[in-house]
Design a protein around this ligand. Structure first.
Ligand code: CP3
Length: 344
């Protein structure tokens, strides 16, 4: 029995489960120790190393779930796209026209980043808690493919969406097909929940998101849920999109720190909520951090809640502060909402 999976299935339990986006990463000395001797791609592509890093935060912090150590870029090389990290993703050649989209491979499932499934298998066999698989959402991956690298506003990508809608659709469809195959391979290997990362969706207006984002997301969510595994959808700066996000079919929605959980609860009826501590609060003095985390726990009541950050952990975060937050969450007695029909 897992408090994380129970909560994702809609149980409003006595305590919130806790894990952190980017919990497997540079803020951990044990991660940096391995990283000194291996490039990021080497770590990602070596199942033994990826599984080890996946489990590091479980051993140190006692979190309730382990997120697979990979990157949203992991499947791109199997599509024929060369990516380097410096430290963010940089593509050898951006994908900006119909010919480049036509050249993208949609490989058979077993050829989509097979090292990721191998890492899930090793991690799941050794993990005391569920392993979360993940993939980048089509819009967010397309943003990197078109732009060629990270960007504050992804203006080239947004102009591309507006000027070449059929080419954009072909690209997004291929990315969704690959995401479905990739996630299925992780589930077959032992991932017991899945998260979709849509980091840049918030840059779009609601109509563009409804047109280019939501349909592909619905297809991915339906395919994964068919495998019997709960799905969490995460987008950043997407408060204006929550009306659409409510219709994607996901079990849970990860909310960033800008949108209060109580407001998200109203806009996302029936959804499990994940979040939403400001990752910057992790850089504040301990008393400030714990007060903020306590506020998130209080706000998260009134329905199932998975405690997490509103976005990924900053590299400068003190692991001891993170451990203190885990203790706080585990000791916080929630007031669960009684199931419909139950009497007090
Ligand atoms: O959450 C975890 O601990 C699991 C592993 C994970 C990584 N990337 C490892 C990583 C996950 C879930 C991701 C997702 C990811 N990657 C996203 C979506 C989530 C988000 O934060 O919005 C995005 C947009 C990327 C792309 C990416 N990869 C960037 C922008 C960077 C560099 C800057 C940064 O934020 O770290 C990476 C590199 C990367 N991915 C590192 C790690 C641990 C750092 C690599 C190093 O050691 O140098």
């Amino acid at each position: 029995m897992s408090v994380y999976l129970d909560t994702l299935r809609g149980r409003d339990g006595e305590r919130a489960p806790v894990w952190f986006m980017r919990q497997a990463g540079r803020y951990l000395p044990e991660y940096r120790h391995i990283r000194e001797r291996h490039s990021f791609w080497e770590m990602v592509r070596t199942p033994e190393l990826a599984a080890e890093v996946t489990l590091q935060p479980v051993a140190r912090l006692g979190v309730d779930a382990a997120i697979l150590f990979q990157d949203i870029m992991s499947p791109l090389p199997s599509m024929g796209v060369e990516v380097e990290f410096a430290p963010g993703p940089v593509l050898a050649e951006p994908v900006r026209d119909a010919a480049a989209v036509a050249r993208l491979r949609v490989p058979p499932a077993e050829e989509v980043a097979p090292f990721a499934a191998a890492a899930v298998r090793l991690a799941a066999a050794a993990s005391p808690v569920p392993v979360i698989g993940f993939a980048g959402a089509p819009l967010t991956l397309a943003a990197y493919l078109v732009e060629g690298k990270g960007s504050k506003d992804f203006a080239t990508f947004r102009a591309f969406l507006r000027s070449e809608p059929p080419v954009a659709e072909a690209l997004l469809t291929k990315l969704a097909d690959v995401a479905i195959a990739y996630l299925a391979s992780q589930v077959a290997a032992g991932a017991s929940a899945v998260q979709l990362f849509d980091s840049w969706a918030g840059l779009l207006d609601r109509e563009s998101y409804a047109r280019h984002g939501a349909p592909h997301l619905r297809r991915i969510v339906a395919a994964v849920r068919e495998l019997g595994v709960p799905v969490t959808y995460m987008a950043i700066g997407a408060g204006h999109l929550l009306g659409e996000v409510a219709t994607l079919g996901s079990d849970a929605v990860s909310v960033d720190w800008r949108t209060p959980l109580r407001q998200a609860r109203r806009l996302l009826p029936g959804k499990v909520l994940q979040g939403n501590l400001d990752p910057a609060a992790m850089l504040a003095p301990r008393d400030v951090l714990l007060a903020e985390a306590g506020r998130v726990l209080t706000d998260g009541q009134g329905g199932p809640h998975v405690f997490n950050l509103g976005h990924g952990m900053f590299p400068g975060t003190d692991p001891d502060g993170v451990a203190a937050v885990v203790d706080l969450v585990k000791g916080f007695a929630r007031r669960p909402v009684a199931p419909a029909g139950a009497t007090a």
